[in-house]
Design a protein. Structure first.
Length: 437
């Protein structure tokens, strides 16, 4: 048994005992009341999941195993002191609850490289799809097609004990995460470039290899990908991609099916597709306001365009969040990256201008709970600056990153032997009766 699995099992045995005790001895403890508004407006604020990888604080943003993004910028291993944290280290933190060493992180990089071979039939499935198929359609299809290699599925059919479900789930997760950049880069090259596949480089880490296979070999872009993969990795358990992965996983579907379900949720306009909508909206705005070098004139025109968008009953893409009530720390991390590496960029300047303009306007409406930008408001502008202009691909990049958190959690779901998730539902008549209508 490798060292990661050994440590995982040691922690899992202790935590499983706690979970069993909570169910057997404290199962009747009431933790919170639920009202009709919560049920009928998306179950927001209702505690109904056990998620160990991260927690989203409305006032402080995401914390991975208790650490903020800013703290992890300092504490997670890097390839150089002035660089960005390695996503492999973040995965180890979410999986094991401990900050890893650089040696442990680099060892995982090598292991993922060794596991990164994608079966030939997966590429044949992709090649059979039309080039105009949306990248997320291709991505989800490729993930499902890899399920032929699921060790969990084979072990379950062979009749293993439920106490061992976590073991082959772990193996599937490690294989899947290792392959995702290869699959995503293959989709990128066949859809937007000349179709020539670039082999992974054994000397590069997981995120840098993703950039390399897409065709971008530059240390600054490697740093961008490391940062991007870390900040998009997880957002507690209730978001659509995390919850869908967990929900399908409770049916004991293999990790490939479970993660594919999460990616189908991520593809929605109210979730990961939003990063594409931000770029589409900004480019439509640029067509209207022109390309003036007069900052005050541009600012005035941007403000007018924002007000026009709102007056038409539309939302400002990239602003607002179901939970957050402050500027998304993931937005701030990208803004700081741009300040560090990008001297001057018109698109990034517009994004920064929007940050000054949009929140006060949204606040003035008196209806918006969170007028602040989320992660999607900045990510596209950064990618555009480095030449990755195909914004239909951005959600795939988001998906590669999100695997780190949701699949680490899926291992813990199996470690805890969490049951099939099956909430109750009621009819409209029941709700009318409860409300006294």
């Amino acid at each position: 048994m490798d060292q990661i699995k050994k440590k995982l099992l040691e922690k899992g045995e202790k935590e499983c005992a706690v979970v069993k005790r909570l169910i057997s001895e404290f199962g009747n403890v009431v933790v919170e009341s639920v009202n009709i508004d919560q049920i009928l407006t998306g179950m927001k604020g209702m505690t109904s999941l056990l998620t160990v990888t991260s927690k989203l604080d409305p006032e402080n943003g995401i914390r991975y195993r208790g650490y903020s993004i800013q703290e992890l910028q300092d504490k997670l291993p890097k390839t150089s002191p002035d660089g960005e944290p390695l996503p492999e280290g973040l995965f180890l933190l979410m999986l094991l609850g401990e900050l890893p060493t650089l040696e442990q992180t680099q060892s995982l990089s090598k292991e993922w490289f060794e596991r990164s071979h994608v079966p030939d039939h997966v590429k044949k499935v992709l090649d059979a799809m039309p080039l105009e198929a949306k990248p997320m359609t291709q991505f989800s299809t490729a993930i499902i097609s890899m399920a032929t290699d699921s060790l969990f599925q084979k072990a379950h059919r062979a009749g293993i004990s439920k106490n061992d479900y976590w073991d082959t789930t772990y193996e599937d997760v490690m294989n899947l995460i290792a392959r995702l950049p290869v699959v995503a880069a293959y989709i990128y090259r066949r859809t937007f470039k000349d179709g020539t596949f670039i082999e992974p480089d054994p000397k590069l880490d997981w995120a840098a290899n993703f950039a390399h296979m897409m065709g971008y070999d530059d240390e600054e872009i490697y740093r961008l990908f490391r940062m991007y993969m870390c900040i998009h990795a997880d957002h507690e358990g209730g978001n659509v991609s995390a919850h869908a992965t967990h929900l399908v996983g409770t049916a004991l579907s293999n990790p490939y099916y479970s993660y594919a379900a999460g990616m189908l949720g991520l593809a929605g306009p109210l979730h990961g597709y939003a990063n594409q909508e931000v770029m589409f909206w900004i480019y439509e705005m640029i067509k209207v306001i022109g390309d003036s070098d007069d900052k005050e004139e541009i600012r005035t025109q941007i403000e007018a365009y924002v007000r026009k968008t709102i007056s038409e009953g539309k939302v400002i893409p990239g602003y607002g969040h179901a939970v957050l009530r402050v500027t998304d720390p993931r937005f701030t991390a990208q803004q700081q990256f741009a300040e560090k590496y990008v001297a001057d960029d018109k698109l990034i300047n517009i994004v920064n201008m929007l940050y000054d303009i949009v929140p006060p306007i949204l606040k003035s409406l008196g209806k918006v709970k969170n007028p602040w930008p989320n992660v999607d408001a900045f990510s596209g502008a950064l990618l555009q600056h480095y030449g990755i202009s195909e914004y239909f691909f951005y959600t795939v990049m988001f998906g590669v990153s999100r695997a780190l958190g949701v699949l680490a959690q899926l291992i813990w779901d199996r470690m805890y032997n969490l049951p099939l998730e099956r909430p109750s539902s009621e009819t409209l008549e029941w709700f009318k009766e409860k409300a006294g209508i």
